[in-house]
Design a protein around this ligand. Sequence first.
Ligand SMILES: *[C@@H]1O[C@H](CO)[C@@H](O)[C@H](O)[C@H]1NC(C)=O
Ligand SMILES: *[C@@H]1O[C@H](CO)[C@@H](O)[C@H](O)[C@H]1NC(C)=O
Ligand SMILES: *[C@@H]1O[C@H](CO)[C@@H](O)[C@H](O)[C@H]1NC(C)=O
Ligand SMILES: *[C@@H]1O[C@H](CO)[C@@H](O)[C@H](O)[C@H]1NC(C)=O
Ligand SMILES: *[C@@H]1O[C@H](CO)[C@@H](O)[C@H](O)[C@H]1NC(C)=O
Ligand SMILES: *[C@@H]1O[C@H](CO)[C@@H](O)[C@H](O)[C@H]1NC(C)=O
Ligand SMILES: *[C@@H]1O[C@H](CO)[C@@H](O)[C@H](O)[C@H]1NC(C)=O
Ligand SMILES: *[C@@H]1O[C@H](CO)[C@@H](O)[C@H](O)[C@H]1NC(C)=O
Length: 905
Amino acid sequence: MVNLLLSQRNVGFFHLLFIHIFLKGQDLDGVLPPSLAKLPYLKTIDLTRNYLTGTIPPEWASTRLKFLSITVNKLSGPIPSYLGNITTLVYMSIENNLFSGIVPPELGSLVNLENLILGANNLTGELPKSLTNLTKLMELRISSNNFTGRIPDFFQSWKQLQKLEIQASGLEGPIPSSISVLSSLTELRISDLLGEGSEFPSLSNMTGMKRLMLRSCNLSGPIPAFISEMTQLQILDLSFNRLEGKVPDFEGLAYLQNMFLTSNLLTGPIPDWIKSRDSSYQIDLSYSNFSESSAPPTCRETLNLFDSFSGQDNLTLGGECLRTYPCSKDRYSLHINCGGSATTIGNIEYEGDQNQAGPAKFVPNTASWGFSSSGNFWDVNSNSDQYIANNVSILRMNNSELFTSARLSPLSLTYYAQCLANGNYTVKLYFAEIVFRDNKSFYSLGRRMFDVYIQEKLELKDFDIENAAQGVDKAVVREFKAIVSNKVLQIRFHWAGKGTTAAPERGTYGPLISAISVESDFSPPNDDKKIFIIVGAVVSAILVIFMILGFLMWKIYIGGRISREKELRGLDLQTGFFTYRQIKAATDNFDAANKIGEGGFGSVYKGILLDGTIIAVKKLSSKSNQGNREFVNEIGMISALQHPNLVRLYGCCVEGNQLFLVYEYMENNSLARALFGPDEYRLELDWATRQKICIGIARGLAFLHEESTLRIVHRDIKTTSVLLDTDLNPKISDFGLAKLDEEENTHISTRVAGTIGYMAPEYALWGYLTYKADVYSFGVVALEIVVGKNNMKYRPNENYVCLLDSAFVLNQKGNLMELVDSKLGSKFNEEAVRMIKVALLCANSSPALRPTMSAVVNMLEGRTVVHELITDPSIYGEELRFKALTHPFDMVNEADSLIQSLDST
Ligand SMILES: *[C@@H]1O[C@H](CO)[C@@H](O)[C@H](O)[C@H]1NC(C)=O
Ligand SMILES: *[C@@H]1O[C@H](CO)[C@@H](O)[C@H](O)[C@H]1NC(C)=O
Ligand SMILES: *[C@@H]1O[C@H](CO)[C@@H](O)[C@H](O)[C@H]1NC(C)=O
Ligand SMILES: *[C@@H]1O[C@H](CO)[C@@H](O)[C@H](O)[C@H]1NC(C)=O
Ligand SMILES: *[C@@H]1O[C@H](CO)[C@@H](O)[C@H](O)[C@H]1NC(C)=O
Ligand SMILES: *[C@@H]1O[C@H](CO)[C@@H](O)[C@H](O)[C@H]1NC(C)=O
Ligand SMILES: *[C@@H]1O[C@H](CO)[C@@H](O)[C@H](O)[C@H]1NC(C)=O
Ligand SMILES: *[C@@H]1O[C@H](CO)[C@@H](O)[C@H](O)[C@H]1NC(C)=O
């Protein structure tokens, strides 16, 4: 082909005086033309990215070439020794071919050589000693070969070296200490060294270093402080070693944009300088032994703390700020369409996995699984869509939906599943090579190789999808057994430096995974079918949360840098993202006339979107981190939980520090306003409506407590947090205070959040928080609904503190009828008394004696009888209970002093 070009078509073009030949990316096939040697003045041959075979013709030995690049071709056989004759050579790259055998000693004669690039071939043996004659060498790259022996100690001769790359070369460690003389180095990349380890080599003279990688080099000891003198440093990758001790202070390294300390034995706190870096810095500290107490209070999308802490239990592998939700139910299977959207195959639902990964990112995709992505693609501009590959031609395999998108990783990608029932599982990994082609083109010259670990055990080594599937765009499924013993399953894909990195483009390498399927080898207990359906539904909802979460974090931290307008264009009701402009327009620039309330965190406005949808916008006033966290908390929970008796969250909007939540608009405002509002707002609620409202709230709570996988204690049930829609259906709102039921046994909350008059005594006094605190508050609300009076404001005479108090007394006297709202007439007295009895059961001072919300629903709906109220000789004493109900200031302090005074008597 090239012959043809030279001899016929381009005969006029390739003049005898021709000096430079650049034929890059042309997909030329055939062999290298010997006739090129006849061009006496030829200085440059650049045939990068073609499909040339054979070897370098002997005729070329007589040329006076300075520059020779045959990068990304299909040349094979040994490197010809006669190349040593082209002593004029300054630059030589044979990267990404199929050269095999040894590096001929004759290359030592190329004394003018400054750049020698031999990477991604199949070279073996030791590097010849003659290479020490290449004293002008500035760049040496020998990665991904099959050399043997130790890294040779030639550095004394290569003092001019600026770039040295030895990744997965086959050579063994340790790194010779003489490397310290290479004071001109700006880029040092050594990885995947076999053999015994060493301490960190002395690189203290390399103050011009820009990119430093010593990955998988079996380095032990501390990270040396001299790195902080490398003021030009941009990338530092010390991942997969055995480095110990603290992370030194690199605060002064202003250009250090990427730092990977993944998988080491680092201890001590996570330094403040790391926590305070802004989100443009990618820092991966996953898999280490930092002290958990140093986990930052706020999370950053570009700081990966997956499994970073020592002594953490399996539910908090991500540390506090990456905590995945606790499991309420065991799972027995998991199916993920990696990099792709949710899809159903047969009767198996593969969950979607389209979240953008990043160089240092943990993505808690749903309550029960997530992934940790570490590493950046070297030698290319970083770009987040490098982490997902899409098919470039039509896929014809069965179930092609699983293969059209796949997740990629430049270093390490862990899929992390929790909540799996313990036992034996079958793990199936679905692969298809959808990036490389198999045509006669340089698109077919890539070789992808990676490793797979399941539960930390190496299951696939140097796995090559194309080889395994015998072609591209073909599926290959590998099956493994895994034992889950602490509910957690980890599947990790790791690039160990093998294969090619430049075909078809630079930065094409690393593991590629299309889908994962995990199924238990045992059958789940019977009642779990139902749970799976709920889990499935919730899981997809949670997916939405985390997309919002991801977006939010991104907005909060990076938001300022990128044109917000551009990013938000086109987002609307369906996607859950609103522009500030939309919100402003909808609420008439937050016109006071549109203000409909003052919620827990700020004002609420009514708004109308262009399509006519009426919305409620909650404008959060808090600018502190705490506020943001609450906000994120609220968003996540509400959008995950959809139930007819929970207020629907449409989405959110972030503008600078301003945060907005967009809810469905509730025509009839709050239950508080309907019951006790000013006359013009008060509603005449008949008995059927009151009953519907009561049962609705109970159902909403029963869902939160018992049915949702998140299991939420609302903490602040009251008449203002119950909203009414057009048909007066009740919906619970204000989940900002709701907190997850954390560990099974610790119910002690550090911060009491609730409202006087509705708060359960044990919560107000001791901060002791369980679902029963909500049951108590529900009791108060139910009582208010029947009586039509506000608990706090009802004081018929000095003997009673509040409505609830009167109710207890009247119940003892058998006189409850007195309390029922006179507006209801006497027709429903019996049912009303029954409801009050339920309310009193709920408001029992002892949490243990309160019913669960599902039992309450059953009682209210008349399916079960209402138990007689047992008044408990309360552990807190009646006096304390009434204090808790009535005292208008800080309950906890008040309680403390009361307890002290009780103790001292
Ligand atoms: C590399 O050479 C070995 C034999 O030394 C051979 O088995 C292997 O297939 C070669 N690899 C490639 C990618 O050509
Ligand atoms: C290095 O070059 C010198 C002459 O320039 C030669 O004598 C010597 O043999 C060479 N060394 C090797 C190891 O090839
Ligand atoms: C490396 O060489 C060894 C024999 O020396 C061979 O068994 C192995 O397959 C080679 N590896 C590769 C990746 O070519
Ligand atoms: C650093 O350079 C100085 C002077 O060039 C030299 O004396 C010293 O030995 C070098 N340090 C190391 C660790 O090589
Ligand atoms: C790392 O080095 C130690 C000795 O320093 C050796 O015992 C160990 O086997 C090495 N690990 C690997 C993975 O080569
Ligand atoms: C990817 O594969 C799907 C399924 O075969 C096909 O519909 C789609 O057109 C393919 N995409 C491209 C870019 O060829
Ligand atoms: C696709 O599925 C059909 C029917 O199940 C089967 O006969 C066929 O062999 C499958 N094709 C491949 C490529 O697996
Ligand atoms: C689980 O697998 C292990 C190892 O493969 C085996 O020894 C054990 O018997 C299996 N357990 C069950 C319950 O099948």
